[in-house]
Design a protein around this ligand. Sequence first.
Ligand SMILES: Nc1ncnc2c1ncn2[C@@H]1O[C@H](COP(=O)(O)OP(=O)(O)OP(=O)(O)O)[C@@H](O)[C@H]1O
Length: 390
Amino acid sequence: MTEEIVKSALSNVTYPGFTKDIVTFGFVKEISVSGSDVSVTVDITSSAPEVAQQITEETTAELKRAGAANVTVNIAAPKMPRESSSKGKNIAPQVKNFIMVSSGKGGVGKSTSSVNLAIALAMQGKKVGLLDADIYGPNVPRMLGVEDMKPEIEGNKVLPIKAYGIEMMSMGSLMEEGQSLIWRGAMIMKAIEQFLRDILWSELDCLVIDMPPGTGDAQLTLAQSVPVTLGVTVTTPQTVSLDDSRRSLDMFKKLHIPIGGIVENMSGFIAPDTGVEYDIFGKGTTAPLAQEFGTHILAEIPIEPAVRIGGDEGKPVTYAKPESETAKRYMKAAEDIWAQIEKINEEGGVDNNAIQPNTPPGVSACSTAAAPQQSEQSSGESCGTGCGCH
Ligand SMILES: Nc1ncnc2c1ncn2[C@@H]1O[C@H](COP(=O)(O)OP(=O)(O)OP(=O)(O)O)[C@@H](O)[C@H]1O
């Protein structure tokens, strides 16, 4: 046996849930060969015992097939994520943590960031779901290369689609391509609830939720339906974008959602030929905004053609080009996000009780409640909306 033979045998061991092998991922840390005895150390990112077991079994089998007599596999794995300690209403109890990714306006790279953060978290060993709640422009299926895939139905529930080690569901996967939907507020609220209740998500460490741009019914419904562990805002560096992002951060505050930080996207441009970084929309302009809300910048993501190409071709940059600057920055942001989630759960978790609607079940809140009409009240007539406030 030689180190080369060992490496070649290990390159047949696929990392569970992914298509790449443990050598390509860089997980093989030590190889020692003594005659026909082989010992290897594999440093994995998952804390799940079944992942360690599968890698041990496949590594042993491949090395024996290559001629090793005795095989020792040492697995180094992170500790298990702690249980969520969040309280309040949760209509998707099999999900431990929820990460709401929002932006003040469209086109700033919210879906790109949601996809890459979800994949980065999965590459770091978490069981991750990605909900594309951007019902107006559901781009996530294309970004994951599964735009032609229709989900399987089980009973009256829908199975999420699997790609790049994560589970995903999107309105784009449920309707015909190119179709547009015209949504009323009540329909948006129903859709968000169904995404959480009627999709057969596995037991997930976290669900990353790509929200529609802005602050509206979808955000409020999500926050009332599940305890959102962390909010992430995506912005571009221009002042006009920052103004909108302030609203997004203010929404987190109003909904009692801990602010995890800001992704400053399209922050400078890295020329693909020279690697030189140029300032296009500005760069580093987000820091004062972060400070204002007591948070920090999770990542400055440059404009990189590989990001756009990755999105269009369904090969997210974090997975397809892990050596790129953008991939490294998303990986670092994911580590930061996870450290914050662990800390939040250590300190008692989040609670969405304070933001529950105060109208009786089945009755929608009424915008005229603040100014009830005297005549209606005295005559006992309602405003006709069935709101319960009059
Ligand atoms: N850092 C980047 N470098 C190059 N292209 C990028 C970058 N970030 C995003 N893009 C591209 O910009 C376009 C818009 O990004 P994306 O769809 O993620 O924005 P969004 O905020 O989710 O938009 P919307 O909410 O309107 O759907 C996509 O084509 C995407 O590939």
